[in-house]
Design a protein. Structure first.
Length: 233
């Protein structure tokens, strides 16, 4: 199996493209919930509307910044489908990309986001929920897949007592993957038991959990890009 991210990766145009894709999806992952919130906040402020955080990141489909919401999900989908370092990562990322398309195409039920909205399709909302859960499960799985080592890396790990760039990257991957799993489990518990968080303007735990997952996803892929000097092989 060819290691695209070996020490000679500079000589591989394909490896260079993958690094750039990892940077793009990493930056977008971190920026996605933040830009959604700030755009909505700015629009509300300029139009004299209440300043609030919406219940979930998915609720920003119904916000003024819907173009950003849908557009970035499609970018996620395209990059994830294109990304294929090896067979197992390729299949996993492709499935995640398909679910990203579904999240963008089938929005969360509007009245779950704001009582003032007219009802939308419950079928679409169900597809959206299944797609979002599957998307984050696959992203967390990818983070753990990133920890795999070549035989050479295993030898280096033993010699250096795990004090080398690959093991440092692996600790970040495990942290990111574990963070996504924990946040997803909490979100599913809240959803299953229909926990009522009230109507506080900025008290929206589901939004915060989803934001943490997206940031962890972004950090994992930025690490995968080998952009940080101290993590380069």
């Amino acid at each position: 199996m060819t290691n695209l991210f070996s020490t000679t990766r500079q000589e591989s145009p394909k490896a260079f493209r993958y690094e750039k894709l990892c940077i793009a999806i990493g930056v977008l992952g971190i920026a996605y919930p933040i830009v959604n919130f700030l755009y909505d906040l700015a629009f509300s402020s300029m139009n004299g509307l209440p300043l609030v955080i919406r219940p979930t990141v998915s609720c920003y489909f119904w916000a003024p910044g819907t173009v950003w919401f849908v557009g970035v999900l499609w970018i996620f989908g395209i990059i994830l489908v294109y990304y294929s370092r090896d067979k197992i990562e390729g299949v996993t990322s492709t499935l995640a990309g398909i679910f990203a398309f579904c999240i963008a195409s089938f929005p969360q039920e509007a009245t779950e986001c704001s009582p003032g909205h007219a009802p939308s399709s419950e079928v679409f909302s169900t597809i959206h929920l299944i797609s979002a859960v599957s998307f984050f499960i696959l992203l967390s799985y990818l983070s753990f897949l990133f920890t795999r080592k070549t035989e050479h890396e295993k030898q280096v790990s033993i010699v250096t007592n795990r004090n080398n760039p690959k093991d440092k990257r692996n600790r970040i991957y495990v942290w990111c993957g574990s963070t996504m799993v924990i946040c997803l489990l909490l979100a599913m518990i809240f959803k299953f038991f229909k926990v009522d968080f009230g109507s506080g303007q900025f008290y929206q735990p589901m939004f915060y959990l989803e934001t943490i997952m997206l940031v962890a996803f972004g950090i994992s892929w930025l690490t995968r890009s080998h952009s940080f000097k101290w993590l380069k092989p």
